[in-house]
Design a protein around this ligand. Structure first.
Ligand SMILES: *Cc1c(COP(=O)(O)O)cnc(C)c1O
Length: 387
């Protein structure tokens, strides 16, 4: 008999956004009329600079990529003024999150993260047989649904090896001001690694964007992860990176596959990183699209959470009278009252993301799209929620 550890068999597979081709196939819809606002991808597509760089690099595809990623690491090093030796490249930043977990956590030890935090923290923890300590979010006020950093500090036990912090967080869109994160970093025991996930940092207003790499210089137990999947528009290529002091970086690099970032991804990321106008355009388009969604949702009269990312949480079904609220455990989405709304939006050709698996029953996550895509969602929503 084959035998897999119980903790592996217990893993619930990651539920991604439904691909356009799948919806077209299942519902007999025309692909060109489907709007996908389900995976926080860049609605502008990918930068032309990255496309050109990939075309030029394609002639090299018979060769292995540079396993040390020298060109990309050099570009990151120059762009953000961090030493090359502090950078680990990942097959998406997801890879960095997993490498960190494999490097620092053994079966039976624990990781700490917030309720409604990015799903991969739980998946990566479970994959190594760790116990996930899920900390309830702030209950009310302007930080409602956001990480409760004080409670997360309290939740750290002697066997805790990693604390995950997403800022902004997905799927809530909540944001912790730099001063709060800094205070937290000062208090986390130095034997616990803090994985600080900045997948959406490019969407923050410049004046509120934390200087996380300055924190890396101060805190040897900090690993910052960044992604090329969101603002840079390269989700399909799978490329991200981590920045940490050499002790942490050395461990991650021992564990990673020798060629974990492919040749096209490296070339595209170098080009995208140098493409200032692209990032500016992505930032502005997101601001405008977010304002459009916020105003449209207000006009319909549904609740949404203020978001610092490129997506919004929308409460499409209000909690019923019992006042029980949402649990904190990341349970299955069965019984999520938002599912019928999600299905009706699918029939209208609009793909959004159910978040019952994030213990957010009654909510849907909507990515900011192009103006006409946002309009299509806003047009389909009233009848989908029965108005
Ligand atoms: C999308 C996302 C990531 C992972 O992105 P990659 O495509 O693997 O780089 C990491 N963290 C959060 C919070 C995300 O939303």
């Amino acid at each position: 008999m084959l035998h897999a550890p119980d903790y592996v068999r217990a893993i619930a597979p990651y539920q991604g956004g439904k691909p356009v081709s799948e919806l077209a196939r299942e519902y007999g819809l025309d692909e060109s009329r489907i709007v996908k606002l389900a995976s926080n991808e860049n609605p502008l597509g990918m930068p032309q600079s990255a496309r050109d760089a990939m075309a030029a690099a394609a002639v090299e595809l018979a060769r292995y990529p540079d396993g040390n990623g020298f060109a990309l690491k050099s570009a990151i090093s120059k762009r953000f003024d961090v030493p090359l030796e502090w950078i680990t490249l990942g097959n998406g930043s997801n890879d960095i999150l997993e490498l960190a977990t494999r490097a620092f956590v053994q079966p039976g030890e624990s990781t700490v993260f917030s309720a409604h935090a990015f799903a991969v923290y739980a998946l990566a923890s479970q994959a190594v047989g760790a116990r996930s300590i899920v900390v309830p979010t702030v209950a009310s006020g302007p930080q409602a649904y956001g990480h409760d950093l004080d409670a997360m500090l309290q939740a750290i036990t002697t066997d805790t090896r990693i604390v995950f912090v997403a800022n902004p967080n997905n799927p809530t869109g909540t944001f912790l001001p730099a001063a709060a994160v800094e205070r937290f970093l000062e208090q986390v025991p130095t034997r616990v690694l803090v994985v600080y996930d900045e997948a959406y940092t490019e969407y923050l207003r410049p004046e509120e964007r934390p200087d996380a790499f300055a924190w890396v210089r101060r805190f040897p137990n900090l690993l910052v992860s960044r992604s090329f999947s969101k603002a840079y528009g390269l989700a399909g290529l799978r490329v991200g990176y981590g920045v940490a002091q050499p002790l942490v970086t050395d461990l991650l690099n021992r564990l990673r596959q020798p060629f974990n970032v492919n040749l096209l991804a490296q070339a595209a990321a170098v080009a995208a990183l140098a493409d200032g106008p692209w990032l500016e355009q992505a930032y502005r388009a997101n601001r405008e699209g977010m304002a459009q969604l916020e105003a449209g949702l207000d006009a319909i009269g549904v609740r949404w959470l203020p978001s610092w990312g490129n997506f919004l949480l929308v409460q499409v079904v209000s909690p019923s009278g019992s006042g029980a609220g949402e649990g904190v455990h990341q349970s299955a989405s069965a019984g999520d009252p938002a599912m019928p709304v999600y299905e009706r939006l699918l029939r209208a050709g609009v793909i959004v993301r159910p978040v019952g698996n994030y213990a957010l029953n009654g909510w849907l996550r909507v990515s900011v799209g192009l103006p006409e895509e946002n309009a299509a969602f806003l047009a389909a929503l009233p009848s989908a929620i029965g108005r």
